[in-house]
Design a protein around this ligand. Structure first.
Ligand SMILES: Nc1ncnc2c1ncn2[C@@H]1O[C@H](COP(=O)(O)OP(=O)(O)O)[C@@H](O)[C@H]1O
Ligand SMILES: [Mg+2]
Length: 420
């Protein structure tokens, strides 16, 4: 690897483009960024001034963590440094990629969307990684590594020690872990390690969302009123909740675990595959125990046949959103107790609330494994003033199928009792 940074030439176009993003050249041909501190709000500015080489920001939602990380990434790109941006899954990368694109447009030399990499006229580089791959970043060299939503990364410590730390060795790079805690998992452990550090290399920050002056105070108050206190403390003050603020409750999930039942199905819930994910079918037996749990990918006609065979004349709730509609209509011709369920953000919340009740009252039982992991990865989400349940990482199709099966169980027509 060639040492040193590529020489930065004064290019009239670059001077103009830098001016457009609020930067000017000084007479030593180095980039001055007078705007960075003025872009940050006071609490962000304070953090910026006290960053250590490795900094952990365990902070409430909407304080401006992602915005802060992006500003540091922009600074690095302009200063010809290499930066790696990491997030728990691809869905968390889309917005930052767009923000960097917008802010640095005049400076982008190449943007490889497949490799998820931007190269800048300054010589700076920016790579985007999803941490679904536990080797993300391995073998690269970075001046700055940013992990966004670090609370949602399941094996954060292992990844940091085995893959990430070495990327910062050659360039004596820095790391910034941004996140809201989700229980006392790896992110919080890293926070505690940073807090107890005596080497001066680490620094831990905990700040409440209310320190963002751009966030309306009544929005925070609305969330305080809507959430259990320990969940509010986690989500808005950065203090981890014992059970991770999971809407189903980790203990409640655990107490519903039981081996797969071998009894016959009494009702079904089916989440049909969207563009890339899986179709999941879950059945409950007469006691409310999961007795079938299947997950597959196949062409529609195969899926339809398979479902028809499985469901027979049992009650079933099937996702009929979008492409699901004709399938449900077709199935109804052979399975007379099939009903379509249209997912909207509102109907999904009601469905999840039904599942939450079934889990908290131990009305149902399910086996340990991927379904449990999906349930455990759920968290609360706020947009505006509404609180909803949502998968933080990975899929939620198993959870949806289970919730639909619970709905089908509740909607069962009473059995006809023969009076002799
Ligand atoms: N320095 C800032 N100046 C203006 N608005 C900001 C600033 N920092 C954050 N915001 C705004 O606050 C909101 C939350 O910011 P975001 O970075 O998404 O928070 P987080 O990642 O902590 O949830 C966004 O609407 C964002 O535009
Ligand atoms: Mg964010």
């Amino acid at each position: 690897m060639p040492k040193g940074r590529p020489p930065v030439e004064i290019d009239e176009r670059l001077v103009v483009s830098l001016a457009r993003i609020g930067c000017t050249w000084n007479d030593r041909m180095k980039v001055k960024i007078p705007s960075l501190e003025s872009v940050l709000h006071p609490s962000q500015r304070e953090v910026y001034r006290s960053l250590a080489r490795f900094s952990i920001l365990e902070i409430g939602r909407r304080w401006g963590k992602t915005t802060f990380g992006i500003q540091l990434g922009i600074e690095n790109a302009i200063l010809a440094r290499k930066c790696g941006w990491f997030a728990p899954s691809y869905k968390y990368l889309a917005n930052p990629v767009r923000s960097f694109e917008r802010a640095l447009k005049p400076l982008i030399l190449r943007h490889d969307r497949v490799e998820k990499r931007m190269e800048f006229r300054t010589g700076g580089e920016l790579d985007f990684w999803s941490l679904e791959d536990s080797d993300a970043g391995r073998g690269r060299d970075y001046d700055l590594l940013v992990v966004d939503e670090a609370g949602f990364v399941p094996n954060l410590l292992e990844w940091w020690r085995n893959a990430a730390r070495a990327t910062l060795a050659d360039r004596r790079g820095r790391a910034l872990f941004l996140g809201t805690p989700k229980g006392t998992g790896d992110f919080h452990r890293l926070y505690l390690e940073a807090e107890g550090d005596t080497s001066g290399q680490w620094r831990a920050f905990r700040i409440g969302s209310s320190q963002n002056p751009h966030l309306p105070a009544d929005e925070i108050e609305a969330a305080r009123a809507a959430l259990p206190p320990e969940v509010f403390a986690q989500e808005f003050e950065g203090v981890p909740a014992e059970d991770g603020g999971n809407p189903f409750g980790l203990d409640a999930i655990r107490s519903c675990l039981a081996p797969m039942s071998s009894a016959p199905p009494e009702c079904w819930g089916v989440d049909l595959a969207k563009s890339q994910d899986f179709t999941v079918a879950a059945a409950l037996d007469a006691e409310g125990r999961v007795c079938r749990l299947e997950r597959w990918q196949s062409p529609w006609n195969v899926t339809r046949e398979r479902l028809a065979r499985m469901i027979g004349d049992k009650p079933a709730q099937i996702d009929s959103t979008g492409v699901g509609d004709p399938i449900v209509e077709d199935l109804r011709k052979v399975c007379r107790r099939v009903e379509g369920f249209k997912f909207t953000s509102q109907s999904k919340q009601q469905l999840m609330e039904g599942l939450q009740i079934a889990i908290s009252t131990a009305e149902i039982r399910f086996p340990d494994g991927w379904l449990r992991s999906e349930l455990e990865a759920f968290g609360f989400r706020y947009s505006g003033r509404t609180v909803s349940y949502e998968a933080t990482v990975g899929h939620d199709d198993g959870v949806c199928a289970l919730a639909l099966a619970v709905l089908a169980r509740r909607a069962r027509r009473p059995l006809l009792v023969k009076v002799i």
